[in-house]
Design a protein around this ligand. Structure first.
Ligand code: SAM
Length: 240
């Protein structure tokens, strides 16, 4: 199993990478309210450090989290005693039960190694979903990956963080580099360096995969309310 998020897992939350899941938990709560849903159990594919579980289990929802990185799961378990976490590939894992909702959040769909692999994840989400359940994920568009083409620097008392990406039009993929220096014992710095590859596809290819997997209602909206549907940086898919 890949451990791409090896040492990065240790500092993922500290460096602010858990903020997406925090915001997503608020968005999901509104969704539950609007649709009058009371999900009992959710499958969180590519759950990372389990921030979503931490935010939503207070509401009584049970979770099973799946991730391909042992280090991310270690962090998730530390934060969420009593929640089940399983090591596995989102496309291949079989849990032999069905859920009220399946999630795949924060670029996780862009992490899958090919369109075929992503389609297998969709089929697996459908397999694990109750008949009237929802599969929800976000997806970064080509424009979104292009926006990584700049050096971002964040400096706090505890760390200095750099991240930047390079987008390849031919393969519609991006190499993203994350480098951080984290203060240890007030004196020394721990350095981490993480390369992540993210891929994007046309929304029509995504929708084909969802349809083939048995989803009949697919709602796509820009993730950021200010963006236009034709050229949003990130999309929010709600499928049933
Ligand atoms: C950017 S993180 C998102 C984690 C979490 N969902 C969040 O919101 O913080 C992407 C996660 O996808 C996981 N991942 C990548 N490929 C995967 C796969 N094929 N199956 C399961 N997890 C995968 C990585 O290990 C990592 O934890």
């Amino acid at each position: 199993m890949s451990n791409a998020y090896g040492r990065f897992a240790e500092y993922y939350d500290l460096l602010g990478w858990n903020v997406f899941a925090r915001n997503a938990s608020i968005r999901l709560r509104s969704f539950f309210k609007l649709r009058r849903l009371k999900p009992e159990i959710i499958l969180d594919l590519a759950c990372g450090t389990g921030e979503l579980e931490k935010q939503l289990r207070k509401t009584g929802i049970k979770f099973v989290g799946v991730d391909a990185s042992p280090s991310m799961l270690q962090a998730a378990r530390r934060k969420n005693s009593g929640v089940k976490f399983r090591l596995g590939d989102a496309a291949g894992i079989r849990l032999n039960r069905q859920f009220d909702m399946v999630l795949l959040l924060f670029d996780s769909a862009n992490h899958m190694r090919s369109l075929k692999h992503l389609h297998r994840v969709f089929a697996n989400a459908r397999r694990h979903l109750k008949k009237d359940g929802f599969f929800i994920f976000d997806f970064i568009s080509e424009r979104g990956l292009e926006e990584w083409e700049q050096i971002n620097i964040k400096r706090t008392r505890q760390y200095t963080l750099f991240y930047y990406g390079h987008y390849y039009h031919e393969t519609m993929s991006s190499d993203i580099f994350i480098e951080a220096f984290i203060k240890k014992n007030g004196k020394y710095y721990d350095r981490i360096f993480q390369k992540i590859v993210e891929r994007t596809y046309l929304n029509s290819d995504i929708i084909d995969g969802l349809t083939e997997s048995g989803f009949s209602k697919i709602l796509v909206s820009p993730y950021d309310y200010g963006d236009e549907i034709e050229n949003a940086s990130r999309y929010w898919f709600v499928c049933s």
